[in-house]
Design a protein around this ligand. Structure first.
Ligand code: PMT
Length: 223
């Protein structure tokens, strides 16, 4: 069915920012609104897929007709994605997971004391890299949010995280990246640049990206 090129396929999309608790009232997070991930989920659903969104903190409206799993930390997101990975055909990692979390999480509100205080952070697991190591049939799409040296970092992430496609957005450009209704992206595969898209709505970015994914799954001969 050409109108529904993803029918019969299970798609997992991650969206939003993760939250790493410091104490009962404070946390570390980022500016992800969930708009990019939710636009991908909505579009994948419209293209016939069975869609699960694993979402951190987000302000955008959740799309209808998709399964939604709410998570808080990067570790929670990792568990939610890994437990569903085996059955998935396509995984798209549009979320912005925190790379670090506080080494200690205080049960009580931390009191104001000295002039300076130091918060020790420890590295979180990299979800996409773990998926890249474990993938079998799954088609894996990563994102790269960069402020400089975009193409170099994108190609590095694509290889290191074993992605089939990687979507680069320069988050310093107005109209691209966090919080906006539009994005400006370039899509890469292991051979380099596949497509550079001009500024367009996140829904249109999703449409272009998923068409590319559908095409590649087709020529791979798998379903
Ligand atoms: O939500 P919006 O406001 O619409 O904004 C959209 C967006 C800017 C968040 C989105 O387009 C985007 O770029 N998402 C990726 C953000 C990010 O974490 O980029 P990164 O370059 O730090 O990470 C690279 C890839 O690894 C990403 O696919 C990320 O989901 C994944 N990752 C990162 C860290 C980690 N611990 N685990 C991961 O899986």
């Amino acid at each position: 069915n050409p109108a529904k090129p993803l029918s019969g396929l299970k798609v997992i999309v991650t969206a939003g920012g993760t939250v790493e608790r410091i104490d009962p009232v404070r946390y570390i997070t980022n500016d992800s609104s969930g708009k990019m991930g939710y636009a991908i989920a909505e579009t994948a659903k419209r293209m016939g897929a069975d869609v699960t969104v694993v979402t951190g903190k987000a302000t955008a409206a959740l799309p209808a007709g998709v399964k939604v799993v709410h998570v808080e930390s990067t570790a929670d997101m990792m568990n939610a994605v890994l437990s569903r990975f085996e059955d998935a055909d396509i995984v798209i990692k549009a979320a912005a997971p925190s790379d670090y979390r506080p080494a200690l999480r205080s049960d009580k509100k931390i009191k104001k004391k000295d002039e300076t205080m130091t918060l020790e952070l420890v590295k979180n697991p990299d979800i996409l890299q773990t998926l890249g190591q474990r993938k079998a049939k799954q088609f894996l799409v990563g994102f790269a949010a960069e402020t400089d040296n975009g193409e170099q970092y994108a190609m590095d992430k694509l290889a290191r995280k074993n992605c089939d496609l990687l979507v680069l957005n320069d988050v310093t450009v107005p109209g691209a990246g966090f919080g906006t209704d539009t994005n400006i992206v370039s899509v890469y595969d292991k051979d380099g640049l596949v497509e550079s898209l001009p500024q367009m709505s996140k829904l249109d970015v999703a449409q272009n990206l998923l068409s590319l994914v559908a095409l590649r799954l087709n020529t791979r001969g798998g379903s």
